[in-house]
Write a protein that binds this ligand. Structure first.
Ligand code: PMP
Length: 460
C-alpha cells in the first residue's frame, strides 16, 4: 500500500487544499509557511492509513474523532452502498426506504425498551432533534412548563448553536454566544478531580444534579442529557453508583433521560451502547459516528414508544413532530449502517473490544508505573485515556503544549493518537485512544509502545 507517488500530483493536491479548503478545528495561520502542509490522508486499510507522501500510520483514534469502528477499506460496506445507490439513492424521509426500515429493525433489536428511529446526518443534528422533541412535549403536554434541558460540565453534544448551548466544554462554546435560554449545567462526575470529599462519590455527584433541579424548580426541567462515558471532555468513566442515582432522580422528577451515544454507540465500549454497561433505561438515545463507521453520513435519534406516542393526536393535525432533515432520506447511510452492524456481530467485535480494551488499560497502568507524568488512566472498552499531570500529588495539569508534544512524538513514530482538544479551560491534558474494534494485541502494544517512547522523548 502506498500513497501518491507522483510528485506533481501531490503538490497539485496540496496547493488546491491550501488555496481553498477551510479545515475543521484548525488555525490556518500556520499553513501560510510554504513548507507546512495540512495532513492529507489518501488511503486506509484495517487500522492503517497512508498520507499523500506514502507515510504509513497506525490510526489509534479511528479517523481522528472515534468514528471508523470497523476499520478502513471494507469492501462489503462499499458494495452495499453502491448497490443501494444504484437502486434508489434518495427520497425524502417523509416516506420510507428499504435500508431505512431494515436498519431501524436491526438497531432496535439491540436496544430493549426503545422502539423508534429518526434519521438525520450528524451527531449535532440527532441531539437537536431531542431538544426540539423535549420543547414540543413541554408545549403539548406540560402547558409550556418542563422546557429546560440539563447538561453536564465537560460533556459535548455538538457544534450548532443549539447544541453548543449544552456544551459542558466551555472553551468550545466561548466565542459563539449569546445562546438560547433554558439550558442549565450540572457538575461533572470525574472522581480524579474531586469536587466533594465523600466516600460515595458517584452518589454525591448525582445528588449535585438533584440540587440543580431543586434550584431551578423540577416543574421547569424536561430532560437531562449525558454522555455515558464523557469522550472529548477527558474520557470520564462514571464513578460507582452514579448512574443508579441519576436514573432515580430522573424518575422522581419526571425528567426524560437523553443518552448521547454519538461516540460510545455501536460497539466502542464493548457493548452495543455505552449505557448498557450501567443498566440505564433511557428515553432518548442519539448516535452518529460509529453507526456507519464513516462510510456514509448517518445519525439516529432513538426513542421509546411512550415518547413517540406523545406526538400522535387525531384531530390536531399540526402537533406531529414538525421536523425534517433533507439528507435523513439518503439510503446510503442505513445501507452502510446495516452492513456495519453485521460485521460487528459476525466478526465478534464486541468481545474483541472488551479484550483489547482490557489490554490497553493494562498497558497504560504499566506505563503509569514508569512515567510519573501519568496521573490517572480511565477507559471503557476501546475508548481509553491517560491524564497527564505536572505533579502527581497536587494533580496540577500538564501544560497543553507538552501534551501536544507527546501526540506529535507518537505521530513521528507513525502512530496517530488524540488529546482533549482545547475544550476545557486548563484541562486539555488527557491523551485519548480509540482504535478500530478490530485491533489485535500487536496493534495495541505498538500503540502503547509509541506512547512509552513519546513520554520518554518529551519528559525523559
Ligand atoms: N456528541 C458527542 C458526544 C460528540 O463527541 C460529538 C462530536 N465529537 C457530537 C455529539 C457531535 O457530532 P457531529 O460532529 O457529528 O455533529
Amino acid at each position: 500500500m502506498q500513497g501518491y507517488t507522483n510528485a506533481n500530483d501531490i503538490s497539485a493536491v496540496v496547493a488546491a487544499d491550501k488555496a481553498h479548503v477551510w479545515h475543521h478545528l484548525s488555525q490556518h495561520k500556520g499553513y501560510e509557511t510554504p513548507d507546512v502542509d495540512p495532513r492529507i490522508i489518501v488511503e486506509g486499510r484495517g487500522l492503517r492509513v497512508w498520507d499523500a507522501r506514502g507515510k504509513e500510520y497506525i490510526d489509534a483514534v479511528s479517523g481522528a474523532v472515534w468514528t471508523v469502528n470497523v476499520g478502513y477499506g471494507r469492501e462489503s460496506i462499499a458494495n452495499a452502498v453502491r448497490d443501494t445507490l444504484l437502486k434508489m439513492n434518495y427520497f425524502a424521509g417523509v416516506g420510507g426506504s428499504i435500508p431505512g426500515a431494515l436498519f431501524a429493525e436491526r438497531l432496535i433489536s439491540k436496544m430493549p425498551g426503545l422502539s423508534r428511529v429518526y434519521y438525520s446526518n450528524s451527531g449535532s443534528e440527532a441531539n437537536e432533534k431531542v431538544y426540539k422533541m423535549v420543547r414540543q412535549i413541554a408545549h403539548k403536554h406540560h402547558g409550556g412548563k418542563k422546557w429546560k434541558i440539563l447538561y453536564r460540565e465537560r460533556d459535548y453534544h455538538g457544534t450548532t448553536i443549539g447544541t453548543l448551548a449544552t456544551s459542558g466544554q466551555l472553551e468550545r462554546a466561548a466565542q459563539y454566544g449569546p445562546y438560547p435560554d433554558g439550558f442549565v449545567m450540572v457538575p461533572h462526575c470525574l472522581e480524579y478531580r474531586k469536587q466533594w470529599d465523600v466516600e460515595n462519590y458517584g452518589e454525591r455527584a448525582a445528588d449535585a444534579i438533584e440540587e440543580v433541579i431543586l434550584r431551578e424548580g423540577a416543574d421547569t426541567i424536561g430532560a437531562l442529557v449525558l454522555e455515558p462515558v464523557t469522550a472529548g471532555g477527558g474520557v470520564i468513566t462514571p464513578p460507582q453508583g452514579y448512574w443508579e442515582r441519576v436514573q432515580e432522580i430522573c424518575k422522581k422528577y419526571n425528567i426524560l433521560l437523553h443518552i448521547d451515544e454519538v461516540v460510545c454507540g455501536v460497539g466502542r465500549t464493548g457493548t452495543w451502547f455505552g449505557y448498557q454497561h450501567y443498566g440505564i433505561k433511557p428515553d432518548f438515545v442519539t448516535m452518529a459516528k460509529g453507526v456507519a463507521s464513516g462510510y456514509a453520513a448517518i445519525s439516529c435519534t432513538v426513542t421509546t414508544e411512550a415518547v413517540f406516542d406523545m406526538f400522535k393526536d387525531a384531530g390536531d393535525h399540526l402537533s406531529y413532530f414538525r421536523d425534517i432533515s433533507t439528507f435523513g432520506g439518503c439510503t446510503a447511510g442505513p445501507a452502510a449502517a446495516l452492513e456495519n452492524m453485521r460485521i460487528i456481530e459476525d466478526e465478534g467485535l464486541l468481545d474483541n473490544t472488551l479484550k483489547m480494551g482490557a489490554r490497553v488499560m493494562d498497558n497504560l497502568h504499566a506505563l503509569m508505573e514508569k512515567h510519573k507524568v501519568i496521573g490517572d488512566v480511565r477507559g471503557k472498552g476501546l475508548f481509553c485515556g491517560a491524564e497527564l499531570v505536572a505533579d502527581r500529588v497536587t494533580k496540577e495539569p500538564m501544560d497543553e503544549k507538552k501534551v501536544a508534544a507527546v501526540v506529535a512524538a507518537c505521530n513521528a513514530q507513525g502512530v496517530i493518537i488524540g488529546m482533549t482538544n482545547r475544550s476545557i479551560p486548563g484541562l486539555n491534558n488527557t491523551l485519548c485512544l480509540s482504535p478500530a474494534l478490530i485491533a489485535t494485541p500487536d496493534d495495541i502494544d505498538q500503540i502503547t509502545g509509541a506512547i512509552d517512547n513519546a513520554l520518554t522523548t518529551v519528559f525523559g
